[in-house]
Design a protein around this ligand. Sequence first.
Ligand SMILES: [Zn+2]
Length: 290
Amino acid sequence: MKLSRPEHAAPADAAARRAIPPVICYPVETLPRPDVAGYRAVRPGWDLLEEVIVPPREARFFEVQAGHFFRIVSIEGPQVGDLNLWNLEDLTERFYSGKTRALHGTHLSTGDQLWSSLPYLRPMATITEDTLDWYGFDEHGGSVHDVIGTRCDPYTHYLLSGGENYHHCCHSNLTRALAEETRLMKHACEFHVHDVLNVFMCTGFTRDTGQYFMKASPVRPGDFLEFFAEIDLGGALSACPGGDCSSEHSSDTAACHPLKIEIYRPQQAPAGWEPPAPNGYDRSHGTALD
Ligand SMILES: [Zn+2]
């Protein structure tokens, strides 16, 4: 992080250099946008296909067909969820939180899309409703549903705790859930677990040091985040051991609650919608070599 007392003196034109206005890295005016109203129009009369309960400090795998919806619902008490998404037919295509962040910002809400990894880079899911959209950004710069954190994991915990093994970090929960579903060895599954969408988590960066912070999630039972599946999805959701993430994660001390996943099948596909194809870049990378 930045030194509070830098070693080097500011140059004479420091103020002018700092005053240069920022430019958005990825202007999204030319990014194809989803028709959220069209997606929502097919919700009335939809069928609830399946409900999956994610126990506290555990994760569960679920499947959603392209054109269906899923909701992550808060039940019983404030709880943060760590979400992984894969192409159901190909685990190498998975949610790319970094590029999603670059395109849509640090925290997601209605109309934002969850993009897949290179070389696919296509929308995997579109957020169609967010009952916490009222929160916006608070006085600390915090907001909900971030793509700036990673996922709590036992390796970082091992480093920070002086050598403690803890097995219910979201990374491990997601690894177990994927292993139980795919029957792959857990060490193979671990490499498919990736950075998450932190559902319901309230986070930001401190202004003075730029450090990642968390604070008690504003989520309450009944709140949900709703997605439209753009492609056939395999998902895994972990009920983070941090509970509402008001104090700490990576331990059994926080009050933890289950989460519910609801999967819905609409009566028809949204008008004009088709599953997006993988990215159209020719993949030559400027060389004729194979
Ligand atoms: Zn976690």
